[in-house]
Design a protein around this ligand. Structure first.
Ligand code: ATP
Ligand code: MG
Length: 149
């Protein structure tokens, strides 16, 4: 159904901000307006990306969430300055049960399902999901959603 995209993002970020004292979730949200999609599923994707950004940046404090319209698509990006992912593993993180093992200082609990589920949801909505990451520097996960008329 139709929902107010900025309202959803703001509500979710407010909730997720309450789960962390260390991290500051910074928003750069352009006005998106009404979007036709499965609101609960889109919430799930946003939650997965933002909780990952929190979990995988134990030594950084900023997370940036951006939303804009590019070429008739909504584009959302979640940027962190955490552990990052090595280049050869960036495609694999969307596979079921795939996890990159932690470094010597950190272990991170998880099942390796969040990104798989997110990619299935985004595909079903007709969008795309991808990541740019530099190991040791951070990651930017983005997804797009087509705007229906
Ligand atoms: P869960 O099923 O609880 O989400 P998970 O977080 O391990 O467990 P995914 O969210 O699917 O699973 O992520 C898969 C793997 O991709 C993670 O184990 C981690 O190695 C890597 N990853 C995901 N997000 C990030 C990120 N923001 N920074 C660095 N690595 C990440
Ligand atoms: Mg996860």
């Amino acid at each position: 159904s139709w929902f107010d995209f900025n309202q959803l993002m703001q509500d979710m970020i407010e909730d997720l901000q309450r789960t962390t004292e260390k991290h500051q979730i910074i928003t750069e949200l352009n006005p998106i307006g009404q979007v036709y999609a499965d609101k609960d599923r889109i919430s799930q994707v946003l939650t997965n990306l933002i909780t990952n950004a929190i979990k995988y940046s134990p030594d950084a404090d900023q997370i940036i969430v951006q939303a804009e319209i590019v070429d008739n698509e909504v584009m959302v990006c979640v940027k962190d300055f955490g552990i990052g992912i090595s280049h050869d593993k960036t495609d694999k993180v969307f596979e079921q049960f795939y996890r990159v093992s932690g470094d010597k200082q950190h272990t991170f609990p998880g099942l390796g399902l969040g990104l798989y589920i997110s990619s299935e949801i985004i595909k079903r909505e007709g969008g795309r999901i991808w990541v740019n990451s530099v190991q040791g520097k951070g990651s930017t996960f983005c997804f797009s959603l087509p705007i229906k008329q």
